[in-house]
Design a protein around this ligand. Structure first.
Ligand code: NAP
Length: 362
């Protein structure tokens, strides 16, 4: 099978480097184009990331030899790739315009940036939860007069630790009414170089800009349905989020209490629902789909970032500490790898779903 040519915007950053690592030898996609800020443009990729390569594997040879382009120059990507992963961190308005510009030039854009998450006709994807949201793409293309271009985005990384477990319960008929959560978010979530060592060593920072707002509203779009070519938001789950930056390198943890709006599951029901949960990416056997999207750990002291974040290529959500909640109904701890499941890996899985659904590869 001929591979789909792929470009990465923001290829030199924390998420961009994960794309380079994860796409090395991907069966469907081949990285042929890398772009970043004007400061990196013109350098070989391996030189652009000298001193800031954070992956534990070596820089893949082919990607290392690519010349970094300026991501602001859409014309440089033309004719070189079909699919673009966007991991840009810059002014929101500039990212919004740039991503639209690429899509209108015929590129399929899958973005980690938050700027288009609430754009009306843009799906916000967690492929196990809302694969049907890609059905909005024909509408998006029609409305914007794009033939091959499209935009799909990932949800905020912090919500990944609990949205698949919450969705699994909703799918089984247990409607969640209210949720209180505290996140413990890794340093890599802030990109590179992130917060300075003097601020985070021996410390917790109880504030991450805009993170609580995103955590409180994004679940309702992720769980939305499509009616007459438009998203209709899910009956709101009321969420109260406390988001904290902690001195962990990778892996976001969330401590969650849930209250059900109607029928309540037993703890045994919840455990069984999570263990048996599987979605469309698993049915389609997509290359990046974890075999078991939700892994339940029975040990009293798991999940832990260092021990659990890399489960199944870093694509599984690991949950544990399920117990009754004296205020709401149940409580648990969820964990995921923020730069993999929460960023590059989740976007790759979205692109695989786009391909499987026939939106790529023309
Ligand atoms: P990062 O490490 O700061 O990387 C930012 C990238 O954007 C770099 O490649 C940088 O290129 C490029 N860039 C910066 N200014 C630019 C400009 N003016 N023009 C063109 N390119 C520019 O950030 P990150 O953590 O990888 O995050 C990337 C995106 O993913 C962000 O929107 C972030 O919110 C989102 N995200 C991150 C995570 C995570 O866990 N880190 C999770 C989910 C979503 P240079 O190296 O040349 O400066």
């Amino acid at each position: 099978m001929e591979k789909i040519s792929v470009g990465i915007l923001g290829a030199t950053g924390m998420v961009g480097q994960n794309y380079i690592r994860l796409l090395d030898n991907h069966p469907w996609f081949e990285v042929v184009y890398v772009a970043a800020s004007p400061g990196s443009a013109g350098k070989r990729y391996r030189d652009a990331v000298t001193g800031s390569w954070h992956m534990q594997t070596e820089i893949p040879k082919k990607a290392g030899a690519l010349i970094v382009a300026d991501a602001n120059q859409i014309s440089e990507a033309k004719g070189r790739c079909e699919l673009l992963f966007s991991a840009l961190e810059m002014d929101r308005k500039a990212v919004a315009e740039l991503e639209l510009g690429y899509a209108s030039e015929g590129f399929a854009v899958v973005s980690n940036n938050s700027t288009h998450r609430w754009t009306e006709d843009v799906p916000m994807m967690i492929p196990e939860v809302n694969p049907h949201h890609l059905d909005i793409i024909p509408e998006q293309r029609k409305k914007r007069e794009w033939s091959s271009g499209l935009i799909a985005v990932k949800s905020n990384c912090s919500i990944q630790s609990y949205m698949t477990p919450v969705y699994a319960l909703e799918r089984a008929g247990y409607k969640v009414g209210r949720m209180i959560l505290s996140t413990l978010e890794a340093l890599s979530g802030a990109g590179y170089p992130g917060p300075s060592a003097i601020n985070v060593m021996d410390n917790i920072i109880p504030y991450i800009k805009d993170e609580e707002e995103k955590s409180e509203i994004e679940p309702n779009k992720v769980l939305a349905r499509i009616e007459n070519g438009a998203f209709v938001n899910h009956e709101p789950i009321k969420v109260s989020a406390h988001c904290n930056r902690v001195p962990v390198t990778h892996g976001h943890t969330a401590c969650v209490s849930l209250e059900f709006a109607g029928q309540k599951p037993t703890l045994g029901d919840v455990r069984r629902i999570w263990k048996d949960f599987s979605g469309v990416p698993q049915e389609l056997d997509l290359p990046f789909a974890p075999k078991q999207p939700i892994i339940y750990r029975e040990e009293v002291d798991r999940p832990q970032p260092r021990k659990d974040r890399d489960k199944d290529k870093g694509m599984a959500v690991v949950v544990g500490r399920l117990r009754e909640c004296p205020v709401f109904d149940i409580r648990f701890v969820g964990l995921h790898h923020n730069t993999v499941r929460g960023a590059a890996g989740g976007a790759i899985l979205t692109a695989e779903l786009l391909k499987a659904r026939g939106y790529l590869g023309h």
